[in-house]
Design a protein around this ligand. Structure first.
Ligand SMILES: NC(=O)c1ccc[n+]([C@@H]2O[C@H](COP(=O)([O-])OP(=O)(O)OC[C@H]3O[C@@H](n4cnc5c(N)ncnc54)[C@H](O)[C@@H]3O)[C@@H](O)[C@H]2O)c1
Ligand SMILES: [Zn+2]
Length: 353
């Protein structure tokens, strides 16, 4: 097991179970709740129960998926906490992907002005990204993560063994954030990643630590997203627009699949605006298409993509805001591009067949 320390809490990675049992026996929580969705109730809760046989876990089970990350589901969670006499002396364990972590953390932080909670992420995306940094929340009126708060957990417990039951598409989606972390901050890690031949034979525990360290360093430097933390948005300005449009279509894309497209387009912008070498652009783009395939973006819809980017909450002064890479391992926040250049970046992606 490896421990990564932040100012207010620690991240435990690997076979942490004896340490986790110590944590439970050294604390005197009145009750132990575990929030899961139907999938993690089935695939992950048995492991938690087997590893902590002395604890009487009170499960709160919600339906899976982003469409349930809303106030109605929070009602159910708060109601079950109330029905089971939860108070501020109780603990909540969020056992699941980013949806459970964000929403379970939000419910725990607001219930009776805040209960302790820990994150036990079970998807690749939540292990390297969502569980770290204290951002909690839910979607409201179709706007993602529009209600929420910053609050740190008591700890983040990452067991790569949970990934064994995660479907391949979900693994590949989370891998996009690992790629992103290396491109914005760690050329050595990018070297290792670009040498990957076959995603299905990867030992993910080898890639988790370097990746979550990058996220950790960035959130320590800028806990409330005043500046540097925007670096994590590389690929996300165009990626979110692609994700939003795909949601309406017959073939929705997972978050990381859309971010892969966004990273290709924003690497193109990095080439045009910040002078990233052309061969580096072609190499990154080729790698991403090899992993994620190619999903043409209809030219007739460019205007809708641009419209979605214009609405992005990260924009300032009516300009579409990007975080771009002047070179591998470097990032510049608060970059802007005019609409013609953004269209060109979509053309670049489309030309890659
Ligand atoms: N707080 C942050 O800083 C932050 C950062 C990035 C993303 N997010 C949020 O994270 C969410 C996406 O997270 P996600 O991709 O983990 O999605 P998710 O939580 O919906 O999980 C994806 C799917 O995998 C299933 N699953 C989870 N663990 C499993 C396991 N071990 N075995 C089998 N199935 C399993 C889930 O039930 C679900 O069906 C979004 O809501 C996003 O806004 C938050
Ligand atoms: Zn992301």
């Amino acid at each position: 097991m490896t421990t990564v320390s932040l100012p207010d809490y620690a991240i435990f990675v690997g076979d942490f179970w004896s340490e986790f049992r110590n944590f439970l026996s050294n604390t005197s929580y009145s009750r132990h709740f575990v929030i899961v969705d139907e999938h993690t109730a089935r695939y992950c809760m048995p492991r938690l129960q087997q590893q902590t046989p002395d604890i009487n876990w009170l499960p709160i089970i919600i339906p899976p998926g982003e469409q349930h990350k809303n106030i109605q589901t929070c009602n159910t969670i708060w109601q079950q906490l109330m029905d089971n006499n939860a108070n501020r002396g109780a603990l909540v364990v969020n056992l699941g992907g980013g949806v459970i972590g964000d929403m379970g953390g939000f419910c725990a932080s607001t219930f009776k002005r805040g209960m302790d909670f820990v994150q036990m992420p079970t998807t690749l995306l939540s292990q390297v990204d969502a569980s770290i940094g204290g951002k909690l929340g839910i979607d409201f009126m179709q706007v993602k993560n529009s209600i929420g708060l910053f609050r740190n957990p008591q700890g983040v417990w990452i067991d790569p063994a949970f990934l064994q039951t995660l479907p391949f598409r979900e693994i590949r989606s989370g891998f996009a954030e690992i790629i992103k972390h290396s491109l914005i901050a760690d050329p050595g890690e990018w070297e290792r990643i670009q040498a990957i031949q076959n995603l299905e034979s990867i030992t993910w525990s080898d890639f988790l630590l370097p990746s979550l360290q990058i996220k950790k360093d960035i959130v320590i430097a800028d806990p409330f997203e005043k500046g540097l933390r925007k670096a994590l948005n590389f690929g996300h300005t165009i990626g979110h627009a692609v994700e939003g449009m795909a949601l309406e279509s017959e073939h929705p894309l997972l978050h990381g699949e859309a971010i892969a497209i966004g990273m290709i387009c924003e690497t193109y912008l990095s080439h045009r605006i910040l002078g990233l070498p052309l061969e580096t652009l072609d190499f990154i783009a080729g790698f991403l298409v090899r992993i994620y395939g190619h999903h043409p973006l209809a030219e007739a819809l460019y205007v809708d993509y641009l419209q979605l980017m214009t609405q992005d909450k990260k924009n300032e002064n009516n300009q579409i805001n990007f975080s771009l890479i002047p070179d591998i391992g470097k990032v510049k926040v608060n970059q802007t591009a005019d609409k013609m250049l953004i269209r060109e970046s979509l053309d670049y992606y489309n030309s890659m067949v």
